[in-house]
Structures are given as structure tokens and as C-alpha cells.
Ligand binder design. Structure first.
Ligand code: AMP
Length: 400
């Protein structure tokens, strides 16, 4: 267990150096078009404000790759936050080590400042052991907080290195919730525990499948990756996506599941199409007998029922990856049905965690975040967490 801001003593007047993830999408006029990530850090900001700390935020926007490019400036985000919070968020234009400290002298207790894009510094993402930039950053705070779960899988200066110097180094409330929800599901699940793993490729989910097999009771495998399993077992998959070089991996996963008594649940029928745009012929076919010229793009009705049945009887559910090409409404029914079953199970007391980029967008597109126990804010970070990897941004924080 890592320390959180709850474990700090009196922090009135102290400078909190806080890594946050406010990498929000903006339109061409620099208007924030989705403020989910900003809203997600509000509890941490409020907590620190109430305690009278001076709050100095470090964040990145886009991929400026170590160069000062105005198009990636965080100034519009500072403006947006000022409006959202109804108070002046100080935007620090001067670089760290070259005047940022002077600008920060104006910061009052409970006030928030945002530093310019931390990825404007080459040192931020440098893969070396040089701590000079970390030391410069550390001078700006009296303690360190990491609330950027979405960047916790990166071993960068602001997400990890600085936490080795500036102490105490603790998690913010969002980070704490992410870690609690994901670890509760993975390490201490109420059973039966079911994982839904979908998405396009087996190769990108091998780590997830291997780690989950040791933990779950049921493993629903859906989406494009399922066809590699079907073909490996002699099925005819037409033009469905398939990774021939992963068929051995698929077989090995099935064997491991059988050895461990884990039930693998896969599609029996699928919606197949002869046109991925959705405008051609779409028909429900046997997953083992997909006609040439057609590719499977969604779970069929019988499969949807079978997936829902398993989910309905589960007490812990983890979803990573959609079970169809849901971005096209014509192929979204399977993913919707799976999410509906998860929502119903959650209403009946199950713990549900949606982890990973595409499942999160599907969950938010068809339902509300409140319909689930937890919808992760980190795509890559939650994937690596589910794979059982140590996240550098978490490892660097103080243990309880
Ligand atoms: P991933 O990033 O590996 O989780 O893959 C997510 C993507 O897989 C989504 O964009 C889905 O549209 C896509 N996907 C899911 N099922 C299929 C399928 N049967 N055929 C093609 N793409 C799919």
C-alpha cells in the first residue's frame, strides 16, 4: 500500500508539487472539448486547498518531444481551470530553473499554479539516470503528489524520478482510487470473478490474458482477437482478422485455462459483414463457419446471451477491450449487451472495473461512468497494471 495525501500531517502553507494528467482534447480554437481528466483531479485539488497548501501542478499535453511549441502550451488548460473553479489559476510561463520559482513566489495558500508543458523539456522523457532536472523540479515543492494514473506507466522525471528526491511522495485521491479499485479486483476479488478481454489483437493482450488466467474464474474472450483462437481450433473464419503467428499462443492460453479450471467463454455465433463500413450485407453466422468474403465484426445474439448469463452471475468483473468493432453503430450491439450485463450485475452488488482505452470510450458512449464501480482514467497504465507490471510512477511513492 502506498501513502496518500490522507497520510500527510499539517501542510498549511507548504508547497505541494503535484503531477496530474490534464492531457485533454481541444478544438482548433483551443477550447477544451472533453474535461473528464480535469474533473477527475478536482477531489485532490479540493483536499489540498482545504488544508491550505500551495498547489503547483505539473502536466503534459500531447507529444512536443522536448521542444517549446506554442501549439502544445498548457495555457488554455490553465484558463479553462480558472473558469471551472471560479478562481485564478496561475499559469507559470517561465521555465523550471529559469524563473519559474520567482513566478511561484506570488502563490497564496490554497491557490493553484500550473507549470508549462513538462514535455517541453528534453529531460522529462530522457531514459537515463541523470537527476539534474528532477532536482530542479524538486526545489519547487515541499512534498510530492502523484495523481496522474494515466501517466504512471511512464518512467519520466515528473512521474517517477522526482518522487525519489522530493519527500514525502504520496498518491493523490484519483491515483489512490485507481490503485484500490484495480488491485481489489485483481488481488482480492469476490468470486466468481469474470474478465472480459476483447479488442483487435491477441498479440497486444497476451500479457493481460496470461496474468488474468491465474486469477479469474471465467474468461470471456471476444472481439477481433477471438478469431485467432477459432482458427487455431480448426474453424473457418472467412476474412476475419487473425494473427496466424499467434495461434500457438492462443492454444497455450486455452491449455493453461483448462489446467487451472478457468472457464473460457467464446462466441458461438457472430455478426459477419462483407463491408467493414457497415453498408454491405451483414448476417449472423456460426463462428466456426464464416463464409469467404465475410469477416466477423460483432458478437451474435446467442453469444450476447451467453456472455450476459456469465456476467449476471459474477461478483467481480473486469473489462478490457470491446467484443466488436463498436465504433460503427451497426457492429456495436455485442459490446452494448456486455456493458448492459455489467451494469445490471453492478446494480446487484458486483464490483465492476472498466480498464483500458477502448472499453472506457464504449462504456461512456453507451452508459454513465456512475453505472460501474470504477471506470479507469488510464489506458496504457491500466493495461500494464492488469498485466501485473509494476508502474514506475507508483513504485516511486512512499510505502505506508
Ligand atoms: P484494442 O486496442 O486491441 O483493445 O482494440 C480495440 C479495437 O478493436 C476497437 O477499435 C474495435 O473496433 C476493434 N475490434 C473489436 N472487434 C473487432 C473485429 N471483430 N474486427 C475488427 N476490429 C475489431
Amino acid at each position: 500500500m502506498k501513502k496518500s495525501i490522507h497520510d500527510l500531517g499539517d501542510i498549511k502553507g507548504k508547497r505541494a508539487l503535484v503531477r496530474v494528467d490534464v492531457n485533454v482534447p481541444m478544438d482548433e480554437n483551443k477550447n477544451v472539448t472533453d474535461d473528464t481528466r480535469i474533473r477527475a483531479i478536482l477531489p485532490t485539488l479540493q483536499f489540498l486547498k482545504d488544508k491550505g497548501a500551495k498547489i503547483i501542478l505539473m502536466a503534459h499535453l500531447g507529444r512536443p518531444k522536448g521542444e517549446w511549441k506554442t501549439e502544445f502550451s498548457l495555457e488554455p488548460v490553465a484558463k479553462y481551470m480558472s473558469k471551472l473553479l471560479g478562481e485564478d489559476v496561475l499559469f507559470v510561463k517561465s521555465p523550471v530553473g529559469k524563473g519559474a520559482d520567482k513566478e511561484l513566489e506570488a502563490l497564496k495558500d490554497g491557490q493553484i499554479a500550473l507549470l508549462e508543458n513538462i514535455r517541453f523539456y528534453k529531460e522529462e522523457e530522457a531514459k537515463d539516470d541523470d537527476m539534474t532536472f528532477a532536482e530542479e523540479l524538486a526545489k519547487l515543492g515541499d512534498f510530492y503528489v502523484n495523481d496522474a494514473f494515466g501517466a504512471a506507466h511512464r518512467k519520466h522525471t515528473s512521474t517517477a524520478k522526482v518522487a525519489h528526491i522530493l519527500k514525502p511522495a504520496v498518491s493523490g485521491l484519483l491515483m489512490e482510487k485507481e490503485l484500490r479499485c484495480l488491485s481489489q479486483a485483481l488481488d482480492n476479488p469476490v468470486r466468481p470473478f469474470t474478465a472480459v478481454v476483447g479488442g483487435a489483437k491477441v498479440s497486444s493482450k497476451i500479457g493481460v490474458l496470461e496474468n488474468l488466467i491465474d486469477k479469474v474464474d471465467n474468461l470471456i474472450i471476444g472481439g477481433g482477437m477471438a478469431y485467432t483462437f477459432v482458427k487455431a481450433n480448426g474453424g473457418k473464419i472467412g476474412n476475419s482478422i487473425c494473427e496466424d503467428d499467434q495461434m500457438d499462443v492462443a492454444k497455450a492460453i486455452e491449455k493453461k485455462a483448462a489446467d487451472k479450471g478457468v472457464k473460457i467463454v467464446m462466441a458461438t455465433d457472430v455478426l459477419a459483414t462483407d463491408d467493414f463500413s457497415g453498408k454491405g450485407t451483414n448476417k449472423v453466422v456460426d463462428v466456426k463457419n464464416i463464409p469467404d468474403g465475410f469477416e466477423g465484426v460483432d458478437a451474435g445474439p446467442e453469444t450476447q446471451k451467453a456472455f450476459a448469463e456469465v456476467l449476471k452471475n459474477s461478483k467481480t468483473i473486469l473489462m478490457n477491450g470491446p467484443v466488436g468493432a463498436f465504433e460503427n453503430p451497426a457492429f456495436a450491439n455485442g459490446t452494448k449487451a456486455v456493458l448492459q450485463a455489467i451494469v445490471d450485475a453492478t446494480k446487484n452488488g458486483a464490483v465492476s472495473v472498466i480498464g483500458g482505452g477502448d472499453s472506457v470510450s464504449a462504456a461512456k458512449q453507451f452508459f454513465k461512468a456512475e453505472d460501474f464501480t470504477h471506470v479507469s482514467t488510464g489506458g496504457g497504465a491500466s493495461l500494464e497494471f492488469i498485466e501485473g507490471k509494476v508502474l514506475p510512477g507508483v513504485a516511486a511513492l512512499d510505502d505506508k
